[in-house]
Write a new protein. Structure first.
Length: 607
């Protein structure tokens, strides 16, 4: 959730840290802070609110060769300067930045208070700074190592000491941390964008790794205390790909990048003869035939992609699939053995509940396949098979292009598996693949009709209650459409299977209540017309999403958005796009911060 940046080298740390913090704003935050070493004294500045508040508070002449910075999203203690990071020991000799949660912080805090340590904040992080100070005897690395023995929870740490101005200690446990390697300078960060301006060469820390950074060297130890050598990876994209490119917000930029993102997946995964090729996935016919069950584990938007994944995998392969929310799956007692395939889905590849579910399943012998966007992420590194969506950096907190590429990934995996075990006829396989190739152009046609969607939003943006209904695959898209609207417009929205309306929810329909009816499944089209009439009978308003050729729906709709004709099973790739645009325009018209919706973070690395 929070953002970490650290610098050590021959240049001024302050601008590098401030720039890094700005590149991490998309993760969500309510305060920020910086700690630097000047003349063997830690200078610490923290501010509530936007990073500009911190930047404006700093003396323009501040100069240091080492420093750490942080953006905080409140978990323990309200947003405030005193609760912002970095946290420090009583004598300000140790400063710490932390992502994650220390589960046993109250126990440690009570013990430290019995040792006459005085706390000033309400956070769990402050115990780390005092604990390291308590264990410090002239060796920062030793003090951190000893302190880690007391900590229980998830954390990524950056630690500096006024007495050792030539090093940064970085530790990773269940919260992402990356090392950036430069010439005469090195970096730590919670995410690549924070350091990409300065270096493209990175090392990803594994769980329980500790790194000691100086300006000329990075030494890494694993959880056993053994020195290890890590592969250096080169980031293939640059910050230009993550900039707005003339768009007013990242969110609308990323919505408009979907035709290109889908096309890239198609070009990488479907060869010239129409055969699906899944590099990074080594499932053989024998592997697939021995599977007894498949679990799809994900959270939020990725969970909704998983619902579509369940539908298509079961339809094409005839294998049973169960979709589970990561935060629930890890506390169940699921039926897992060596004949189980777990498919974990995460844009960031760092979603903690999904990652922990992966580890539990792996311990029980399951095969792990992951669908992620971020190369080198924790989930990717700990999986047996990896399908990278290659959507490019997604900065807007509300996921858009990652969702559509995740769905496309499921179609390709399902078709690949079905082709391997001969559960799909060749003609049907070719028909679907050919229709998939048309999807980028179809999405572009929807985007070209954005003005119509904007006009609808202008009439509805003051609405405080909106419902979404659908049948079949349209239900899954209703869930995602409702989530998008909630995330960025803050409108109270609810998605429900259209056939369930009369089982309670219809009691909430009154005059001018907006109901978005997604009706793209031809075999269920007439039933959707009946459900729409039920709403109209209660004087509700209807915004319908339907294929171009379905005209009857116009007569009973107040507003209508068309999607290009395609196979029923592929409509999710199209019908979500106008709903993304609708949510975006509703948010803009309500004056919200679209890219940084309140209370949300891009990567959820705590429970």
């Amino acid at each position: 959730m929070c953002g970490i940046i650290g610098y050590i080298g021959g240049n001024n740390a302050v601008p590098a840290i401030i720039d890094g913090l700005k590149k991490l704003e998309y993760r969500g935050y309510d305060s920020s802070g910086i700690a630097i070493n000047i003349d063997d004294k830690l200078v610490i500045e923290k501010k509530e609110g936007r990073i500009i508040n911190l930047e404006n508070s700093l003396d323009v002449n501040l100069y240091s060769n080492i420093g750490i910075g942080h953006t905080r999203w409140a978990t323990h203690g309200e947003p405030s300067e005193v609760n912002a990071h970095p946290h420090f020991s009583t004598d300000k000799s140790i400063a710490v930045i932390h992502n994650g949660i220390i589960e046993n912080y109250l126990e440690i805090k009570k013990w430290l208070e019995s040792e006459n340590v005085r706390f000033v904040s309400e956070t769990d992080t402050e115990v780390i700074a005092h604990l390291i100070s308590y264990n410090y005897n002239g060796d920062l690395e030793e003090a951190v190592t000893e302190s880690l023995k007391r900590l229980r929870g998830a954390y990524a740490l950056g630690v500096i000491s006024k007495d050792e101005p030539d090093k940064i200690i970085a530790v990773r446990k269940d919260s992402p941390l990356v090392i950036g390697l430069g010439e005469g300078e090195n970096f730590i960060a919670s995410d690549v964008p924070a350091i990409l301006k300065n270096t493209k060469n990175v090392v990803y820390l594994d769980n329980d790794d500790m790194a000691i950074l100086t300006k000329d060297e990075v030494v890494i130890y694993n959880g056993n205390g053994d020195r290890v050598e890590k592969d250096i990876e080169t980031i293939e994209w640059d910050m230009e790909a993550a900039e707005k490119g003339g768009y007013p917000h990242f969110t609308i930029k990323e919505i408009n990048e979907q035709p290109d993102g889908i096309q890239k997946v198609i070009d990488r995964r479907i060869n010239d003869s129409g055969k699906i090729v899944l590099d990074g996935i080594n499932l053989t016919k024998k592997d697939i035939e021995k599977l007894s069950r498949i679990y799809i584990v994900a959270c939020g938007t990725s969970y909704h992609a998983g619902l579509v994944g369940k539908y298509v995998i079961e339809k094409f392969t005839k294998l049973p699939v169960q979709v589970e929310i990561g935060s629930e799956f890890r506390y169940k007692d699921p039926l897992i053995d060596e004949n189980t395939l777990i498919i974990t889905v995460s844009q960031s590849g760092e979603t903690l509940d999904t990652l922990q579910s992966l580890r539990i399943a792996k311990e029980q012998g399951a095969r792990i396949m992951s669908i992620v966007n971020v190369v080198g992420s924790s989930i990717a590194r700990e999986s047996d098979d990896v399908f990278y969506t290659w959507a490019g950096p997604e900065i807007g907190v509300a996921s858009t292009k990652a969702f559509t590429t995740q769905m496309l990934t499921f179609y390709l995996i399902a078709l690949f598996m079905a082709d391997e075990i001969n559960t799909i006829e060749k003609e049907k396989y070719n028909e679907i693949v050919n229709e998939i190739k048309k999807i980028p152009n179809s999405i572009q046609n929807i985007l070209n009709d954005n003005e119509k969607i904007y006009e609808i939003a202008k009439k509805q943006f003051n609405n405080e209650k909106i419902f979404f209904i659908g049948r079949g695959l349209d239900v899954e898209i209703s869930y995602e459409a409702s989530l998008k609207l909630k995330e960025i417009s803050y409108i109270n929205s609810q998605a429900i299977a259209a056939g369930e309306l009369k089982h309670g929810t219809i009691a909430l329909i009154e005059k001018e209540t907006l109901v978005v009816a997604i009706a793209t499944q031809d075999r269920l089209y007439e039933k959707m017309l009946s459900n729409i009439k039920e709403v109209k009978a209660r004087k509700g308003s209807i915004l319908s999403i339907a294929k171009i050729h379905n005209k009857e729906i116009d007569d009973i709709s107040d507003y209508r958005i068309s999607i290009p004709d395609t196979l029923d099973i592929l409509t999710p790739l199209l019908s979500i796009v106008p709903m993304q645009l609708f949510a975006y325009y509703m948010s803009v018209l309500r004056g919200n911060d679209v890219d940084k919706p309140r209370n949300l973070a891009k990567s959820v690395t705590v429970e």
